[in-house]
Write a protein that binds this ligand. Structure first.
Ligand code: NAD
Length: 275
């Protein structure tokens, strides 16, 4: 019996997994915390250093780029560095292992690509991915970026010295990621405040929730809409919801603990091998 939750909830959670066929795993920043990527809202979280008014919308970012290029570099280093070096943790691996016995759709708010890297086959990225760039044209052109490319951008930004040549050098370094040119505006394929959610991922996620018989929500404060509507939709359909989070009680069956521990034990107890 694990030490992180009451007996009743634990057994209910194991039974819910065993008795389900189609599971939606709805994940947020907390599932990647143990891969070294900080969440945004926790104490010492990202938004405390980089206020969302300036850094969570394209207009704010453009202003910072124009008037405070060093601040833009600090922001990009803070966002890219942990994702460039991250590897999936036991929580991502456990979610992937669930596919051995269930139909699993992962609906993630994360932009770090770790569910796919752990082997999950069906992943809806509601907020896009930092491992992709998109152009402003119609239709937009999408291109993948590797973690190595992100790491190279971070390394070059950290090596920037001097003063008056700083901005042109910075623009050259971030060129693979952020660029205005003859072919339009190229930028990371992520959704910021005020943007529409990524399609077709959002519509597919709604369908997944409509079809599922269990929803597991992991590591999300549930404050970001419209993504947070998905558990509400599941609740309206009377689908059982298991919530995994060390701090934020959630779900009808709440497992209070860190994602890597809780999901490894839950998946093992319900009969799957995590490889
Ligand atoms: P959030 O920061 O609002 O909430 C994080 C939640 O994770 C909290 O409830 C916290 O208690 C919980 N948590 C912390 N450590 C955990 C652990 N080890 N195991 C399980 N849970 C843990 O995150 P959110 O709800 O995802 O919303 C933030 C937005 O920022 C999302 O839209 C996401 O796109 C973005 N974001 C993404 C990443 C990433 O890609 N890894 C990281 C930070 C933020």
């Amino acid at each position: 019996m694990p030490g992180f939750c009451s007996n009743t909830d634990w057994q209910k959670a194991v039974d819910a997994v065993r008795n389900s066929r189609r599971i939606v795993v709805f994940s947020g920043a907390g599932i990647s915390a143990e891969s070294g990527i900080a969440t945004f809202r926790d104490e010492g979280g990202f938004w405390q250093k980089f206020p969302p008014e300036d850094f969570a919308n394209w207009q704010g970012i453009a202003q910072v780029a124009l008037f405070q290029p060093r601040r833009l570099a600090e922001f990009l280093i803070a966002v890219l560095e942990p994702i460039a070096s991250a590897v999936p943790n036991a929580a991502h691996q456990s979610v992937a292992a669930l596919q051995q016995t269930h139909d699993v759709a992962v609906v993630t708010q994360n932009i770090d690509g770790l569910h796919q890297e752990a082997g999950s086959q069906t992943v809806r990225e509601l907020h896009g991915s930092l491992l992709r760039v998109t152009t402003s044209g119609h239709p937009p052109q999408k291109e993948s970026l590797t973690r190595e490319q992100l790491a190279a951008i971070v390394r070059d930004m950290k090596n920037l010295t001097g003063d008056w040549l700083w901005t042109p050098q910075l623009l050259k370094i971030v060129h693979p990621l952020l660029h205005v040119g003859a072919s339009g505006f190229r930028r990371p394929d992520v959704v910021l405040f005020g943007d529409a959610l990524a399609e077709p991922d959002w519509s597919q996620a709604e369908q997944d929730v409509h079809d599922c018989d269990l929803l597991i929500t992991v590591g999300t404060s549930g404050l970001v809409y419209p993504a947070a509507l998905l558990p509400e939709m599941a609740r309206e359909r009377r689908v059982p919801i298991i919530g995994v989070d060390p701090l934020t009680p959630c779900g009808d069956i709440y497992l209070c603990g860190k994602a890597a521990t809780v999901l490894s034990e839950l998946v093992a107890a319900s009969g799957q091998n995590v490889t």
